[in-house]
Ligand binder design. Structure first.
Ligand code: AR6
Length: 169
């Protein structure tokens, strides 16, 4: 089965998929941006579950239930802070996508939605970040059979959506 990749504009907390990915920080205890929105929608059970995870290193990913979200699970990953591009940011961002897909596959999930990791508060330029996101996901799905059927790039802005649509054409 080929995995269907698509982009949409919207609020990731509203998506009824098996898992949404959270662009978290290494404490996993919540923050601003998409992280804040996910914690608000999931309810206080999410931070309680995250407290048991002992944080998460940049480029890695950990999974929790979605609690009050429409999504069954949240995969928390920590993107790199943009530091000019010479600090391994590309490799670490690609690792976030791969590790998140790994958590999804281990749990036999069929649908996952990603936000544009690191491109908000962490300052990673949008175009190269989207290229890494799409290429890494395509490579991962081409390497081996995966249970995934649907992968969504959930864009918050129209500008992000245009970038992803061009890459997915
Ligand atoms: N749905 C989808 N995308 C969203 C939503 C939403 N509800 N809200 C924001 N975005 P950011 P980062 C987009 O800043 O750069 C937090 O404080 C946003 O427009 O959320 O990885 C964490 O705790 C952007 O395109 O994450 C960390 O400390 C993308 O999500 C830090 O921010 C990522 O922006 C992580 O920074």
């Amino acid at each position: 089965m080929t995995v269907q990749l698509s982009a949409l504009q919207g609020d990731i907390t509203q998506l009824a998929v098996d898992a949404i990915v959270n662009a978290a920080n290494s404490s996993l205890l919540g923050g601003g941006g998409v992280d804040g929105a996910i914690h608000r929608s999931a309810g206080p059970e999410l931070v309680a579950a995250c407290r048991l995870l002992n944080g998460c290193k940049t480029g890695q990913a950990k999974i929790t239930p979605g609690f009050h979200l429409p999504a069954h699970y949240v995969i928390h990953t920590v993107g790199p802070v943009w530091n000019g591009g010479q600090a391994n940011e590309d490799v670490l961002l690609a690792s976030c996508y791969r590790e998140s897909l790994q958590r999804a596959c281990e749990n036999k999930l069929k649908s996952v939605a990603f936000p544009a990791i690191s491109t908000g508060i962490y300052g990673f330029p949008k175009q190269p970040a989207a290229t890494i996101a799409v290429q890494t996901v395509q490579q991962y799905c081409a390497e081996k059979p995966v249970p995934l059927e649907k992968i969504i790039f959930c864009c918050f802005s129209k500008e992000d959506l245009a970038i992803y649509q061009a890459l997915l054409m």
